[in-house]
Design a protein around this ligand. Structure first.
Ligand code: 5GP
Ligand code: ZN
Length: 114
């Protein structure tokens, strides 16, 4: 997906501040943070949203989610609390159509979300 910015970040054609990487996933600082800690975690393989993940790839979801937990711990927000957001589709506010988990923390979150 040449025109996908997160594919470009995953392949290092575009720079990002990486906080975690393995063979299958990349986590990096959000360019426009909405909290003191705001990390995005993505699969390196392109899927436009949760809706496009096939059953055969379900393991990538648990892998990313547990890495989000590890990242939160490493960022020092694991115990006080953090929020993981997975926007899916236009009504959710999804802007970048390469699936990504937001890891947000370092301040008190409000509910309901906007
Ligand atoms: P969405 O609204 O799709 O759930 O979230 C997209 C997120 O990607 C936003 O928080 C936005 O700040 C972030 N973002 C958009 N473009 C870039 C970029 O080029 N680099 C990084 N690091 N983050 C980006
Ligand atoms: Zn992509």
């Amino acid at each position: 997906m040449e025109d996908c910015i997160f594919c470009q970040i995953a392949s290092k054609k575009m720079p990002s501040k990486v906080v975690y990487e393995d063979e299958n996933i990349l986590a990096f600082q959000d360019i426009n943070p909405q909290a003191p800690v705001h990390i995005l975690a993505i699969p390196k393989e392109h899927y436009s949203s949760l809706n496009e993940i096939p059953q055969s790839k379900k393991d990538i979801l648990s892998h990313i989610l547990l890495k989000c937990r590890q990242i939160a711990e490493q960022q020092g927000i694991g115990q006080k609390g953090y929020r993981i957001v997975l926007n899916t589709g236009k009504n959710s506010g999804q802007d970048v159509f390469h699936i990504h988990f937001h890891v947000l923390g370092g301040r008190k979150m409000t509910w309901p979300p906007g």
